[in-house]
Design a protein around this ligand. Sequence first.
Ligand SMILES: NC(=O)c1ccc[n+]([C@@H]2O[C@H](COP(=O)([O-])OP(=O)(O)OC[C@H]3O[C@@H](n4cnc5c(N)ncnc54)[C@H](OP(=O)(O)O)[C@@H]3O)[C@@H](O)[C@H]2O)c1
Length: 286
Amino acid sequence: MPRTKKKTTSKKPMMMGERKLGRVLITGASAGIGAELAREFASHGHSLVLVARSKDKLDALAGELNAAHDTDAVVIAQDLAESDGAANVVAHLPKHGIEIDILVNNAGVIDVGPFADVEAETYQHMIALNIASLTAFTSLLLPPMIDRRFGRILNVASLAGFQPIPSMAVYAATKAYVLSLTEALSEELRGTGVKVTALCPGLTDTNMVAGIKAKSDTAKWTPSLLISDPKSVAKQAYKATMSGRTILVPGLPNQLAAAWAQVNPRWVVRTVTGFATRQADWMKGK
Ligand SMILES: NC(=O)c1ccc[n+]([C@@H]2O[C@H](COP(=O)([O-])OP(=O)(O)OC[C@H]3O[C@@H](n4cnc5c(N)ncnc54)[C@H](OP(=O)(O)O)[C@@H]3O)[C@@H](O)[C@H]2O)c1
């Protein structure tokens, strides 16, 4: 099939100096790492578009940021697991006269347990959000960034993206996709003015981890030293995004784990993660 160049709305190329700070669109901004990223971008003076399903939480966050930083955060409530979720959001932007300079693909969900025990629908939903929506946003918002010769994309992957993880096999595979896509694009986009960053946090103190802890004694035993503060993760992610770094793994223990997974043969890595995860109570039907 012949490839057609995507039409974009940009009329003239924008030089980096013309616009002091970029407008940022953050998915999954109503809680956790996404909300902290919104606070971090706002504190540096960026305008924001906040996207998630919970309109009440987004409105509260927009009010907080507008008051604290004199920004003009716009809220768009949308279920991004819907097949046209990303397109619906992007279709709203011209109505507000908004061009996006920085895309933060953060929204994501997890499920843990033996693969065969989880409903097929749960996996479809996870793939729709963690992979399809992130890809659609990137595909829709990247061409105008290239035309303007400036843009940043922050994709929230995970430490889980560096190796297969039995008991969260689909989640880890979605994050391996995000990491691989980011690395490929960062090379493909060399010289365009657009940079792509993969944020690969380890365990971070958000509702996602609280949800796993609520169901599992194994997770409750996780030493607090191994659980990162979302504010600190967001601060590091902001710097990495603006400087155009390709991969950020926040925190020394997570950096060591990522390095370990990359220097060992694949069979060693999967055997060790297989042994470790078989000890977890969620694999023993508890
Ligand atoms: N926490 C960790 O330990 C950890 C580690 C590595 C990577 N990550 C990644 O970090 C990202 C953020 O996770 P988090 O820990 O901050 O989780 P969180 O606190 O559960 O927040 C998830 C965010 O995603 C939004 N979201 C969920 N389903 C959505 C949907 N269908 N449509 C639109 N928005 C949706 C939620 O908002 P609504 O519910 O309002 O829609 C919320 O704003 C995820 O990609 C996750 O995989 C987290």
